[in-house]
Design a protein around this ligand. Structure first.
Ligand code: 4G1
Length: 230
């Protein structure tokens, strides 16, 4: 998958070129291309923002430098253009799964008070939000989206870990333990060292249901409704 990211702060993006995603890039499963649209400013002091029409606080990013950066991307015709925005649809695992089927994403990150609405009308296919809180820019949301999409790409992580976890069955995960067997006097649940895999699976399912019911009644409700239909 090719991902072009249009941002004023390309240096923020080290986290998604590290660890598992770093390996995916090395293995040519993922290609992240950072474009600083300040490079497309026609202003001699490289300005990309201006005061808002109608007045009010803050600065608005002009349509032109972002548009010119977008026009410079080769083979953009079949790409899906995403604007990270608090006005977007909140990212879910179902959306992540659909996005991971795309061949090419172009992601625009806003800053200050956002981007001129006409740029969004002109080139954006989908506005996506990661949740309801105020941020200084769309860069962190973009990284969240790219991380979740990339780990669903073929070969990035082993298949079992992709399908086994939370949200694939609408339940939160059971608790995990590793060595030592006793930590500060706390033991590992007996069943996990029993070697009885049927019993272990049963215990894990039970724990998943228990924690989901307590912590995420919304997910639990969804799970129960699905079970009733099976
Ligand atoms: C009004 C949050 C403004 C923020 C209401 C999640 C937030 C992009 C996201 C804001 C942003 C609320 C996101 C706000 C985001 C222009 C640049 C928009 C930064 C900006 C709830 C500032 N998911 N926020 N405005 O945070 O880009 O994607």
């Amino acid at each position: 998958m090719k991902i072009d990211i249009l941002t004023l702060f390309p240096e923020m993006f080290t986290p998604i070129q590290t660890s598992i995603l770093g390996r995916a890039i090395k293995n040519n499963l993922l290609d992240i291309n950072l474009i600083n649209f300040r490079d497309f400013s026609k202003d001699k002091s490289k300005h990309v923002d201006d005061t808002p029409y109608g007045g009010g606080a803050g600065m608005v990013i002009s349509a032109e430098p972002v548009y010119d950066a977008y026009m410079c991307i080769k083979e953009r015709e079949n790409a899906k253009v995403i604007y990270m925005s608090p006005k977007g649809k909140t990212l879910t695992q179902d959306m992540v799964k659909d996005l991971s089927k795309e061949e090419h994403l172009i992601v625009i990150c806003g800053h200050y008070e956002g981007i001129d609405e006409r740029l969004i009308e002109e080139i954006v296919d989908e506005e996506i939000s990661i949740g309801d809180y105020v941020l200084t820019g769309g860069e962190l949301p973009c990284m969240v989206m790219v991380d979740s999409v990339a780990r669903n790409l073929e070969g990035v992580i082993n298949g079992e870990s992709v399908s086994d976890e939370t949200f694939s069955n609408d339940l939160l995960e059971y608790p995990q333990y590793t060595r030592p067997e006793i930590f500060n006097g706390r033991t590992v649940p007996e069943v996990l060292i029993s070697g009885n895999h049927a019993k272990i699976n049963e215990w894990r399912k039970e724990k998943s249901i228990e924690i989901t019911k307590v912590r995420r009644p919304d997910l639990y409700e969804k799970y129960i409704n699905k079970e009733e239909n099976n």
